[in-house]
Write a new protein. Sequence first.
Length: 164
Amino acid sequence: MAIDTKRVPDRRKLRFESIAELRAEIDRVFKADETGRLKRLGNWTAGQNLFHIAAWINYAYDGFPAEIRRPPWAMRVLLKMLKGRMLSRGLPVGFRLPGVAAGTLGIDDVPTHEGHRLLTAALNRLEKQPPSLPSPALGPLTHQEWIALHLRHAELHLGFLMPV
C-alpha cells in the first residue's frame, strides 16, 4: 500500500547550501543503501529518488516533457508568486503535477549505483553552466536560482531516505 508522503512524521528536514553538500549526502545515501543501512520513509527506492532529481536537472537543459511544458495558467501565476519562498524555504511535500498520471515524471526505478551516477553527472553539468531553458512554471531563472531550485528539490526527496 502506498505511503501518503504528506503525512510522514519522521521525514528528515535537510538543508543544502551548495552542490558540494548535496554531493556529500548522495554519497552517504548511496553507501548506506549499498550496505543495507538505508531506511525508506516514502514510496520510492534510493535509485528512484536519485534518478528523479537527476531527470529534473536535465530537463532544464534537454527539454521538458510535453506533459509539463505548459502548466495551467493559475498554477503558473501561483508558483511565480511563491518563487522566492520555494527557493529559500523549500518545496511542498506531496505536490502532484496536474495532468500527470503518476503525479510527477522521471520516476524510473533504477539501481542505486545508476541513480547515483546519473545524479552526479547532472550535478557536474549544473555546476559548469546554467540551464538553457526557462522553467515551465517559474519562467526564466538565473544560474543561482536554478541551483537553489534543484537543491530544494533534492532536500525534499532525500528527506525520505534515512541512512542508519
